[in-house]
Ligand binder design. Structure first.
Ligand code: PYC
Length: 323
């Protein structure tokens, strides 16, 4: 029986499963190298720890690995029900808050190597009194995290996509994953409309594949964001992830892509706070910094640890590696 401990958190409603124990070796090299080996030789690890019957389509895995970059304290690989993510904003907030809960990180800035570049996560000081009671399993831990992402940018502007005879438009942008960002979809972005939002976004994605519209270097545009206005924030969004689950959080990489488009359109200035609300009502705050020619987004949110346990893998179980 293999045993794999995990710690689950959620960030604005979107879950992250932190895993630190690997029953095999990913070898040396960068986090991108380790991801290539994980994908090629051990993809059943992903399905074992994340998919049904143990997990669900909504879960995102965060696998801690040794970073190659000597300036980084952590390395991480994010994955979901169908594959691997370049970066994950809600996942990074969940990762850092989980490590704070375990007493393994403290308020301050932590550099993290991801497969798509180095990010900086800042764990904010807890509003609780410092000292006694903070940290390891005390139930009190700092949980507010800002993630300074890799550079984000818009790749294509006002791309037309026709679904069921209706033509909509949107931008293709990078924020650590590839997104199609659309405003003129005409759908209600709220919880009572999840089925229609999911179905429409999925068909938009299919049109991207059919028409070979891609991100840079032929990359799959595998996340769709439908925006709407709300009195509670600057914008509200429904985000469909590659495995057809919607993001319960406002999506850190999706908000980064959005900020890059807003900046390119002159709709925000450097340092201006943008509040992005998810379809479930949770909010991330974001802003951009300009470094040379790069637009660098920072996303801030809170995560909450919610369960811990041990995955048991019995080789006799026909669904030991998930469904
Ligand atoms: O927060 O970046 C994010 C994210 C990507 C997919 C799900 N959440």
């Amino acid at each position: 029986m293999k045993r794999i401990p995990f710690l689950d958190s959620h960030t604005g409603g979107e879950p992250t499963r932190l895993i630190e124990t690997l029953p095999f070796d990913l070898g040396a090299g960068s986090v991108a190298d380790k991801l290539s080996r994980l994908k090629k030789d051990h993809d059943d690890f992903r399905t074992t720890v994340l998919n049904e019957p143990r997990g669900s389509d909504v879960l995102v895995g965060a696998l801690l690995v040794e970073p190659a970059d000597p300036t980084c304290q952590l390395g991480v690989i994010y994955f979901n029900n169908v594959g691997y993510l370049g970066m994950c904003g809600h996942g990074t907030i969940g990762l850092i808050a989980s490590l704070a809960y375990l007493g393994r990180v403290h308020p301050g800035t932590i550099r993290v190597e991801t497969p798509v570049g180095v990010i900086e996560a800042t764990l904010h000081s807890s509003p609780l009194p410092e000292g006694e009671g903070l940290g390891v399993r005390a139930g009190k831990y700092p949980n507010k995290v800002s993630v300074k992402n890799i550079p984000a940018y818009r790749h294509l502007t006002h791309v037309p996509v026709t679904v069921d005879g209706k033509t909509i438009h949107g931008d293709v942008a990078w924020g650590g994953n590839w997104f199609f960002l659309c405003h003129d979809h005409g759908l209600d972005v709220n919880m009572s409309n999840l089925e229609a939002l999911t179905d429409f976004s999925w068909r938009v994605r299919e049109q991207f594949t059919a028409n070979e519209i891609t991100g840079a270097n032929g990359a799959d545009v595998d996340h769709v964001e439908l925006f709407a206005s709300t009195p509670e924030a600057d914008s509200k969004s429904f985000v469909l992830c590659p495995g057809k689950a919607y993001d319960r959080s406002p999506c850190g990489t999706g908000t980064s892509a959005k900020l890059a488009c807003l900046y390119a359109d002159g709709k925000i200035v450097e340092g201006q706070i943008w509040k992005q609300q998810s379809v479930v009502g949770s909010i991330f705050e974001g802003s951009v910094q300009i470094e040379g020619k790069n637009i660098i987004p920072t996303i801030t949110g809170e995560a909450w640890v919610m369960s811990e346990g041990t995955i048991l893998v019995d080789e006799r179980d026909p669904f030991a590696n998930g469904i």
